[in-house]
Structures are given as structure tokens and as C-alpha cells.
Design a protein around this ligand. Sequence first.
Ligand SMILES: *Cc1c(COP(=O)(O)O)cnc(C)c1O
Length: 229
Amino acid sequence: MSAPDGGPLAERLAAVDSGIADAARAAGRDPAELTRIVVTKFHPAALVRELAALGVHELGENRHQEAQAKAAETADLDIRWHFVGQLQSNKARAVRRYAHAIHSLDRTSLVDALRDAEAPAIEGFLEIDLSGEPGRGGVAPDAAPALAERVLATEGLRLVGVMGVAPLGAEPRPAFARLRAVSERIRELAPDADRISAGMSGDFREAILEGATHLRIGTAITGKRPDRG
Ligand SMILES: *Cc1c(COP(=O)(O)O)cnc(C)c1O
């Protein structure tokens, strides 16, 4: 375990943050306009505590059961949970209870399942399919405006932007350029939905060059994920 004021975790965090700042400057952007979300999937709640002690407050998870348990174990900490994984509609309402944002709105049935007239609004990103392959998750770029309209008409959801994962085995930058083009279309419908959630450990530099505002970084900060067993 690393101490809050040093150790490998603090070093990796600092190295990634300086890489983010360098990439932002190279893109002519202010590093302060970027939000770095640390994805803690497969890591124990103890790592969440270490990260919080290092001043990290934006954390991400991609599976509901694990996220729910970790959020409960760390409820005493000041953390905003970002749900970044595929989400089944029957889990949607449960995710609302601990998540600050959902990055994976990709179909009307999920949007409809998140409708809630009483609860405070949760932030939603439309996940855009950048691979063109069925089954990879995400709404097709051409279908994104209609899904955006659906979110805008849904009580309890606030459309904040788009999200994308670069396809494996291809140059990430053209994929992030496609995401940026979708973002521009969505902003014609919802000028405030100006966030772009893109960039992971291996491709955050390319994402920043294409306008990413929210980076989802796992292994480069947390280290190798423990075996799922
Ligand atoms: C795991 C995950 C990340 C982080 O991936 P790393 O390559 O470990 O940085 C980002 N986004 C999503 C949707 C993920 O599932």
C-alpha cells in the first residue's frame, strides 16, 4: 500500500496528470478545462480510499454490482461516481442511487428506464459507437440526434455530452474526430451538452487533441487490474 504522500500510486497519478497537461498545451487548450476520471474497476475499495487521500474525487466503474458495493463501502468519502460500462435497463434505477453521471446511454429503453420525476437529475452522456461493428455498444452516429431528443424529454436526466471508446486495433485519432463531429450535431440540439468523454490510458493524448473534456483513465494510474478470479 502506498502512503498518501508518495509511493507508486501517487507517482503514476502525477505522471498521468503531467501527460494530460502536456497534451492539453500541445492542443492549445487549458489543462484546467479537463476532468480526469480514475476508473477503479476490479480494484478494492481500499484503492478508492488511497485515491481520495490523494485528492481524487471523480471515479469510474463499469459494472453495477461492483460499483454499488464500492460506493457503499466508501460512502463516507467525497466521491462522484461515473458509470462508464454497458448498463442493463433493469439495473438503471439502482445505478441512479449512487452515480453522479452515466456515460453509456445508448438506447431508448435505457433512457426510459432512467426517467424519474422526483429524484435530482443525473448527468447523462450518449455513448456513440465509433467502431461500426454491431454489439460493441453505443448508438450509431446517425441515430444519436434522435436519442439526444429522447434524453432531453426525460425527467431526471440531464444531457451533458457524448462518450466514445476508440476501436481496438485502429488509429484512435480518426475515431475521436468522428466523436467530435457527433458532438457538434448534438450541440445544435442542446448547446449545453458540450462535454466529450473520451480517452483512456493508451489514447488520452489523441482524445485531448480531438476535444475530449472528460478522460477515463484506469490502468495507467491504478496499475494492472487484479485478476477477476
Ligand atoms: C476500463 C475502462 C476505462 C479505463 O481503461 P484503461 O485502459 O485501464 O485506462 C475507460 N473507459 C471504459 C468504458 C472502461 O471500461
